[in-house]
Design a protein around this ligand. Sequence first.
Ligand code: SIN
Length: 491
Amino acid sequence: MSLTLANAALLRTQNFINQQWRDAGQGRRLAVANPATGEVFAHVPDSGDDDAGRAADAAADAFPAWSARPARERAQLIKRWHALILANQEDLARIISTEQGKPLKEALGEVLYGASYVEWFAEEATRICGDIVAEAVPGRKLLVLKEPVGVVAAITPWNFPLAMIARKIAPALAAGCTVVAKPAEDTPLTALALVWLAQQAGLPAGVLNIVTASRESTPAVVDAWLADSRVRKITFTGSTPVGKHLARESAGTLKKLSLELGGNAPFIVFEDADLDAAVDGLMASKFRNGGQTCVCPNRVYVHESVHDDFVERLARRVGALHVGPATDEHAQIGPMINARAVDKIARHVEDAVARGARVVTGGRRVRTADGPHYYAPTVLIDATPEMELSCEETFGPVAPVFRFRDEAEVIRDANDTPFGLAAYFYSNDVRRIWRVAQALETGMVGINEGAIAAEAAPFGGVKESGYGREGSRHGLDDYLHTKYLCQGQLG
Ligand code: SIN
């Protein structure tokens, strides 16, 4: 086994239901492999609908007492969890790197990023408040209360095995909800370690439950929660087709939904931009996690008057990126999550080249000593809207550059997608900044900034990128519903 931890207890390989670590009811196991080498280094439960049902039972039973706890007490428990995450940050980063492949330094950044949401929502727990509304009729009082929605099912992706689940569980617990969670089949160990730390922090039985499942068994787990009327909310990060499936199938019990789905982010460099800052911003946003994030720029639009200069500066930086295994301390781009991911990247680049794009740097698969799941950081020019990479997220280290002539044209092209998660643009013209920021059809806009995610900001999209927000007070509101009280006979 290739994973050595200072705190060996963090390596959990069972489900956690009602305060007990247990195997799947059917006894099936799921192999966890290092994405670079394919080496299987752990096994976790391959759960079914019976395990999902038991987790929902525990969460439903725990809800009345947990939601009735004073907010200050909930906040203290979440703060203790936060402190334990920080105390175990190096081990958590090692688990992330081993099962997901991001370089160790980047994995450590993810632990701190995820922990910042936990701390934020611990603090927000004590600031949940409603309203007292001016009464329309004398002798009446109108009050608005915020109440936890109930049991929440959290379904999370592989690209940020810690941060995505942390920013769902923390607001749910802060609001007074109880949780059933299912992490991605590729990266279950980080989530299990995080839940173990929550147990050490003193969370009561049934408040937080987690089951792991393979790609084949996941539908049974999720369907059990979709059909369960006690599960009042689904929070999901992942693909748009799965998000639409959850929206359709949860209609039977009309659950509340938060869906953080696919993106196709434009990154626009206007002629008045600071080009060095724009290159810095693109490097930060495009090559984070090897290009495997929903907010990575997928289409880079550069004004024709600065196009060649920008491309030259960008290619120099991209060509210098170091590709290597997560254990290589110099690695900046690790392996992609699996062979399918590398095949998709290669297919997008081949399609673009066949339709007239030119490779400035990269444009090829890379095989390192530990395996074939790597792709060279790539810059393409002469990209056009017909290319597959213009319509679909590449989810890899490829920056296709489109040339544009004027603002109206680039806004039309940037918005010409069903997706609307993030957009970025660089300009030093204050009037243009407001015009463009308002014209872009996305939930988030980076203006002269490539790193936009933060615990205090509402993360989420519009159009087919989903709805609901994570982070900020809006992220807590998604776990609360509004109750109106009208008291009469006071005159
Ligand atoms: C994602 O890729 O879904 C999330 C990225 C982030 O939090 O910045």
